[in-house]
Design a binder for this molecule. Sequence first.
Ligand SMILES: [Fe+2]
Ligand SMILES: [Fe+2]
Length: 424
Amino acid sequence: MIQLGATSPLDNVSYEDLYARWEKGNWRATELDFTVDKEQWETQFSDLERAAALWNYSLFFWGEDAVADGLSPYIGAAPLEEQKYFLATQQVDEARHAVFFKRFMTEVAGVGGSSTGDALTAIKPQLTWGFTKVFDRLELMSEELRRDRSITKLAQAITLYHIVIEATLAQPGQHFITSYLEDRKLLPGFREGMENVATDEQRHIGFGVKMLSDLRKMDPDVPAAVADLLREVIPWTASVLIPPNWDERYIECFGFTMADIGEEGATSLETKLRTAGMPIDGLPGPPIFAISGTPRERAIIGKRMVKAGYLGEKLGPPSTEREDMRLLFEAVASGLDVSKSPGSGTIQWDFPDAEPWHVVVDNGSTRAEPGRVTDPTVTLRARFEDFVDVTSKRVDPRRLALRGGLRPSGDVRWLWRARRMFPS
Ligand SMILES: [Fe+2]
Ligand SMILES: [Fe+2]
């Protein structure tokens, strides 16, 4: 555990300062001049770049509208007046950001009708599966927080909104957009707005980190609640920025790769949680990331697992390539909470539709290997496709077992005693 000492970046942050920074940073979305932007959008962007930018900016437009709508219950649940006031300023900011993107959509990109609702309907087909999962969860979280104002629920809500959506997903995307527009000196009105949005978001994220740190001090159950929320939503984040038809030129045409943006998000998530006094690998329960490695390695593996059909939207049967399956079984092995195992053992998987794999459960050297062992502790027989539906949480394992799709044999009592080792 990292201790928060005199060197914590939070020492110099107060809710009053954050509020004062909001007053000083006020800007007008309605006064940005998009005249040059409109001309450059038509003449300086290729067809691919226009399609790519429209896709990316649509995610932001939808996101800003959703976070503006979803923040009210946070104001109600915040314990301190200073926190409520800051959150009220944040809600105004998010509305301003939505107005800014709406103006860009109608005045520059020529998308949508006169009302914001029409423009949102027009861009809805651009949203990705992962994006929809995360923002549906935000909507549900707001409803939950309205009924349950507990410190643990509020900590989960702040983790989803300020840490996952703002710090992990939005901030790297803003950085990506502002840097290529700056390099190419394009869209001056939009760029100015994006820079203002980025400054606002930095303030929101700073607030979220401080708030999370303070909530942690108020209730010892906060780290476990935060960990549960992260285990639920982190797998979706790998699918948020998957371009239409996997056409990676949607990102690369602007000089970045998917790994660059994913790495920045993963690093940001780690840093913010550490600053809030809850380093990711010190959180209680099974590991948050079933994938190990540096933030860049995790970003690359996460993308590959989405492409193989092991994470995210189900588009067909999963990949049965040996190297893809290795990633999946390594994730299965490192996702086990070995401290809950009733001693060492070997789990053998037998699939009619893919190669067999096994996981050796052994505190300190738990590992996944291809092929069969001669004396597994338990053998699980299932179709590989069904197994992937379980690991990706598309199907409840109990349901699969009930309909005979998951058949254990061997020392079934060991498996029963080991059940808490599996992620719920
Ligand atoms: Fe925003
Ligand atoms: Fe924000």
